[in-house]
Design a protein around this ligand. Sequence first.
Ligand SMILES: [Zn+2]
Length: 107
Amino acid sequence: MNKLIFEEVKKPLILNDISPRWAARLETGQQLPTVLSVTWLRWYFELKRASRCVVGEAHGYSSSYMYYCRECDKIGWKFMLYFTLRSYAKLDETKHIFVKHWNNDHI
Ligand SMILES: [Zn+2]
């Protein structure tokens, strides 16, 4: 197939392609776990760890992006913050920002 045509038909990735585990957890319209429940705590501690958070999953559960991509580092903290604040709107916004950034800079 002609490379140019291939590029044109290539669809941008969605969060489900980039970080499938977190995409399922943070699916739009789904309730977050009860604060301080076992699930909530597990997610909270994973979001705090650069290698285990939404952005870390995208990077193959590595925290190396902290040293070479400021934007990913920033987005990782946003997920953690808005999860803690239970801000569904801000979490959705952060997912969009992350997916856009990933499609622009990491593929
Ligand atoms: Zn990045």
